[in-house]
Design a protein around this ligand. Structure first.
Ligand SMILES: NC(=O)c1ccc[n+]([C@@H]2O[C@H](COP(=O)([O-])OP(=O)(O)OC[C@H]3O[C@@H](n4cnc5c(N)ncnc54)[C@H](OP(=O)(O)O)[C@@H]3O)[C@@H](O)[C@H]2O)c1
Length: 326
């Protein structure tokens, strides 16, 4: 099968489409014929091996290249085969999910990370959802967001942010979205009550206060994030950093210092791990079905141009999601 592979860290030039063996569905796994996959920030972090500190600490990062050769995590497609002992899925089922190696004609995925594709979505739209929408859901849920509360979302126009805005609105929260001017109309159309253009206004200097501050960028100080918090409010850190900045340590120092401070003081600060989850995907599918959640797709690239798709996502400030069709 054709797949986007990588052996060393570097620029998008290290990514190439190659013929490799089709994976087999192991026990408890499905083999999915991929129709569409989507790009996440983690693809360019793994491509570059940045922040470099992750090469020492991260489970997906090896010393000179990623541990898994095939890039991509999110997929939507049709079940081709099921592994031994699995009865939940049958060949022909339309599914979506999150598993390593999605930029390929086939991906093998454990059943626990696969859900039925929402019937109203195309494969391209469904592939845009898993990692980003799950991260948004886990961050808002673990941050304890409640109806009527005010939430600030830094990075609201990105893959995770566009889902976070919609989820927060579906929970009846008041949403302030921080993004660039060119994406203001998009986040407003998704339900944001207030939009802050980071090029013109610094949210940390505003008098507004928030019950939840969700940072999906990783380029602001702890002091800035705390400054806009209500007493008892919660900071949720999920930003992996901006391309070209913080190449050695990136936001890892912010994450470590934040967690230390939360231990030593009464500051509520969390760094959620958004584990892939079929159960969460089911919840997200229901929101799609009720019209509360719609994936936003910026551009679609064929698999042969998948390296360009990753480059576009990393450096061109992609709006919401970038999708690869297989
Ligand atoms: N912890 C986890 O499990 C987890 C999971 C998924 C993602 N993440 C992290 O979450 C972050 C968001 O992921 P994503 O897929 O949504 O990324 P993305 O699609 O690239 O979105 C990036 C967002 O950051 C904004 N941004 C870019 N440069 C900025 C700057 N200099 N100042 C302020 N805002 C800036 C963008 O706004 P404009 O385009 O409008 O400029 C956009 O809203 C990433 O850092 C990723 O590593 C973490």
């Amino acid at each position: 099968m054709r797949a986007l592979v990588q052996d060393h860290y570097g620029s998008p030039d290290v990514l190439r489409v190659e013929d490799i063996p089709v994976p087999a569905a192991g026990a408890g796994e499905v083999l999915v014929r991929v129709h569409a996959a989507s790009v996440n920030a983690r693809d360019w972090h793994l491509m570059r091996g940045e922040p470099r500190l992750a090469r020492l600490a991260g489970s997906d990062f090896g010393r000179t290249g990623p541990r898994s050769r095939v890039r991509g995590t999110d997929f939507a497609g049709i079940v081709e085969a099921v592994g031994p002992g699995l009865t939940a899925w049958r060949p022909g089922d339309e599914v979506y999910g999150e598993s390593a190696g999605a930029f390929a004609e086939y991906v093998a995925a454990p059943a626990e990370v696969v859900a039925a594709k929402p019937a109203s979505l195309t494969f391209e739209e469904a592939a845009a959802m898993p990692l980003a929408a799950n991260t948004a859901l886990v961050c808002l849920r673990e941050g304890g967001l409640k109806a009527g509360q005010a939430v600030l979302i830094n990075g609201a126009s990105g893959g995770v942010g566009t889902f976070a805005v919609q989820l927060a609105k579906s929970w009846d929260a008041r949403v302030t979205a921080v993004c660039s001017d060119r994406n203001a109309d998009l986040v407003r159309s998704l339900g944001a009550d207030v939009v802050v253009d980071y090029g013109r206004e610094d949210f940390a200097k505003s008098a507004r206060r928030y019950d939840l501050v969700l940072d999906l960028v990783g380029n602001r100080s702890l002091c800035d994030l705390r400054h806009v918090l209500t007493p008892g409010g919660c900071i949720v850190l999920s930003g992996g950093g901006v391309s070209g900045e913080g190449r050695i340590i990136g936001p890892m120092s912010l994450l470590i210092r934040g967690q230390l401070l939360a231990r030593l003081t009464r500051l509520r600060l969390i760094v959620p791990e958004a584990e892939p989850s079929a159960r969460n995907l089911g919840e997200l599918s229901a929101l799609v079905g009720s019209g509360s959640l719609t994936p936003v797709v910026d551009r679609v690239f064929p698999l042969k141009d998948a390296a360009e798709a990753v480059r576009y996502m990393e450096v061109e400030h992609a709006r919401a999601k970038v999708v690869i069709t297989v």
